[in-house]
Write a protein that binds this ligand. Structure first.
Ligand code: HEM
Length: 139
């Protein structure tokens, strides 16, 4: 059997299903944010109480990777780039975000190929959120 196909429907399995669903997404979020709040480039952007951000990220990544539309049900249309506009996201910050996420995924998701595919998708999204160049950020 092809492990990437769901037996009953022959529909390709989502990343969400392939990594193990809700508990895995939660574990990724829990491995990710402690790194974000310790990162010198990222920490200043985040609120002291990180719990609500973690919950929203858990809902968002669930749907982003093909699981139930939890974020949209609770928060409305994601418009995620627009939601990030008020934060100065430089290319270096996108790289830092991805590096924290890479470490979180390395810790939680065993399948290297799956991790690589998920990181590739996230990389496109993260660089798409860049809204400030480095020089501007230094001013
Ligand atoms: C590119 C680098 C990124 C930076 C610097 C960044 C930074 C931030 C910051 C500062 C917040 C707001 C925290 C608050 O509530 O005050 C936030 C929220 C959020 N970010 Fe990012 N982010 C980045 C990339 C991403 C990516 C790639 C995703 C998803 C694939 C993402 C998903 C989210 C979600 C779901 C929220 C919560 C939105 C809400 O309030 O409803 N972020 N991010």
């Amino acid at each position: 059997m092809n492990p990437e196909h769901n037996q009953s429907t022959e529909r390709p399995m989502s990343y969400y299903e392939q990594v193990g669903g809700a508990p895995t997404i939660r574990a990724v979020v829990e491995a990710f944010y402690p790194r974000v709040v310790e990162h010198p480039l990222l920490a200043p952007l985040f609120p002291e109480d990180i719990d609500p951000v973690m919950d929203k990220q858990e809902m968002f990544l669930t749907q982003y990777f093909g699981g139930p539309q939890l974020y949209t049900m609770k928060e409305g249309h994601p418009r995620m780039r627009a939601r990030h506009i008020r934060f100065p996201i430089t290319p270096d910050r996108a790289t830092a975000w991805l590096s924290c996420m890479q470490q979180a995924m390395d810790e939680v998701i065993e399948d290297k190929m799956l991790r690589e595919q998920m990181m590739e998708r996230l990389a496109m999204t993260a660089y798409f959120f860049v809204n400030t160049d480095e020089q501007e950020a230094d001013m």
